[in-house]
Write a protein that binds this ligand. Structure first.
Ligand code: UDP
Length: 246
């Protein structure tokens, strides 16, 4: 990144830099991958670029469907310009199909497809290992007002409806995903962070025999094969989709 900009924050997968305009930031996507609260780490050359390009396309799709997001434009292939937001310390997970931590913590069988999506909240706190948190605890801790919490739930359900249809069109089952939101300078809630195979579970399901191929970070978490090949495949399908080739 051009050293004319100050590094404001560095997370596990992204660096955030200042922008000439104080209401904006420049977000650089790193090649690092972490799992299990950073207990497992690796670097994949080109992952930052793919996640940045995929996220930019998904943000555009959401913006076209009236979802308020922080995304403004790509700066280069692994960097985007976004509205500066005060990040709400919550991970909002929506699940269409049971998998991952849900099946470790409950008796729900892996692969169960839900009639109605399930939304789980986790407190963003590495020291506490991002615990599952309730709506009442969120209000008690004054993380969000009841109104804003309802708005976030409404936005998450709308985002799911848009993404589920989009990914189905490109042959993928949207199992679950994690979102983060924040407040802009006008105190408006915007979708932040990224939407990529790092924080979405995307399954390529074989229609004939039902076998599932994960095209997401589970390849890294569970050693299921080449991560970059999966991310490149997602990027290719998005770029080839009718959505982006009208
Ligand atoms: N997720 C994420 N960041 C996290 C935890 C989960 O992006 O710190 C995403 C994950 O990629 C998946 C969804 O949220 O798409 C649900 O993850 P789950 O709670 O099942 O946790 P996991 O099994 O990954 O530990």
């Amino acid at each position: 990144m051009n050293n004319k900009y100050d590094l404001i924050y560095e997370g596990k997968a992204k660096k955030v830099f200042s922008h000439d305009d104080a209401d904006k930031v420049i977000i650089e996507f790193k090649d690092d991958a972490t799992a299990f609260n950073a207990l497992k780490k690796a670097k994949f050359e080109g992952k930052g670029k793919l996640n940045c390009l995929i996220s930019a396309k998904i943000f555009k799709l959401l913006i076209n469907n009236n979802i308020p997001t922080h995304f403004l434009e790509l700066y280069n292939e692994n960097t985007m310009i976004a509205q500066k937001i005060k990040v709400i310390p919550l991970e909002v997970v929506l699940r269409n199909t049971a998998y991952g931590s849900l099946c470790k913590q409950t008796t729900i069988k892996s692969g169960t497809v839900f009639a109605k999506p399930l939304i789980d909240f986790y407190l963003k706190n590495d020291e506490l290992n991002d615990p599952l948190i309730t709506k009442d605890r969120i209000e008690l801790m004054k993380i969000l007002s009841s109104n804003d919490l309802n708005l976030i739930i409404e936005l998450t359900l709308k985002i799911n409806a848009i993404l589920k249809i989009f990914f189905k069109k490109i042959g993928l089952q949207l199992v679950d995903f994690k979102l983060e939101f924040g407040y802009d300078y006008k105190n408006k809630i915007l979708l932040g962070d990224e939407i990529s195979p790092d924080n979405c579970r995307l399954w390529d399901v074989n229609k004939e025999n039902g076998t599932i191929v994960s095209l997401d970070k589970d390849r890294f978490r569970n050693d299921l094969g080449d991560l970059m090949e999966a991310y490149a495949e997602i990027n290719r399908r998005i770029n080839d989709s009718t959505e982006f080739n009208p």
